[in-house]
Design a protein around this ligand. Structure first.
Ligand SMILES: [Fe+2]
Length: 276
């Protein structure tokens, strides 16, 4: 069985034309994002040529239903419509404030969460970590979805990769000043111990990938690897020159994962991390 190459992008927070100068979003230079997305598409199409692109949520900053629909559509047009391989999404807490999940799926030409797709023999499992949303930032996984996850993790022997917006365990983020202390408990799925127990006891679990933290993290456990994608747009502590971070992952059926973290500004690979 061949290896698969996946490119991850998350926390784009595209919401132009607003005055964000008085809040935390002042660190997200929205005027830079169209150019950064153009360069991302170019790198994906001409340099990396992955099998899949997965966007891990928080595409926008929520404003109101009209703007949020418009900005979600812009993401589809700027990324999905121009990338030469399949693009899939999971919803983040900012995507879902004013627009329903069904409508988000329609706007992005994606199946409604949760869903499964098989690529090159790898089973990709996309679940909804806002089921329900908690305090506008966090999320949990419902009993119904836990049963679905358990079924999908055990119904075949395919190697399995799992995706959600919220991480499935604690990641070291105390130096991430963009996340206030009181928000830290909302930085992982509330019932993550249950979700982890289900996926780790399933058949052939390789790794889980999330966004949400605005912080890169790569944790290896004997039962699987847990990765958090770095944010695309955060320039923090500066207000300009957002780095355009994203991640390239090469995955093998025996569970080997080789991830490279890319920055667009400046354009380079800033790290290469392998789980063995
Ligand atoms: Fe988030």
């Amino acid at each position: 069985m061949e290896h698969i190459k996946i490119v991850f992008i998350s926390d784009i927070h595209f919401s132009p034309g607003q005055d964000w100068s008085q809040c935390i979003w002042k660190y997200t230079p929205n005027e830079e994002l169209p150019g950064l997305m153009d360069r991302f598409v170019d790198i994906v199409n001409h340099e990396l040529r992955p099998d899949l692109v997965i966007e891990l949520g928080d595409r926008i900053i929520d404003v109101n239903s009209e703007r949020d629909v418009e900005n979600t559509q812009s993401i589809y047009e700027r990324i999905d419509a121009r990338i030469g391989c399949p693009v899939f999404h999971v919803d983040g807490n900012h995507d879902f404030v004013h627009v329903g999940k069904q409508e988000l799926a329609k706007l992005l030409h994606n199946p409604e969460l949760p869903f499964v797709r098989v690529f090159k023999g790898y089973k990709c499992i996309f679940f909804d970590s806002l089921d329900p949303m908690l305090e506008g930032v966090g999320g949990a996984v419902s009993d119904k979805q836990l049963a679905w996850l358990e079924h999908e993790m055990n119904s075949d022997d395919l190697p399995k990769i799992v995706f959600s917006h919220h991480p499935l365990n604690y990641h070291e983020i105390h130096r991430n000043f963009i996340i206030p202390k009181e928000t830290v408990p909302l930085m992982k799925v509330a019932n993550c111990d249950t979700v982890r127990a289900i996926i780790e006891s399933g058949r052939n679990f390789l790794f889980h990938a999330a966004g949400h933290l605005h912080w890169w993290s790569f944790r290896v456990s004997p039962k699987g690897t847990y990765i958090v994608n770095p944010p695309f747009s955060a320039a923090h502590p500066d207000r300009t020159n957002a780095p355009g971070w994203f991640m390239e992952a090469d995955v093998w059926p025996d569970g080997k994962i080789d991830t490279k973290i890319h920055s667009i500004v400046p354009r380079r690979v800033i790290g290469d991390f392998v789980n063995r």
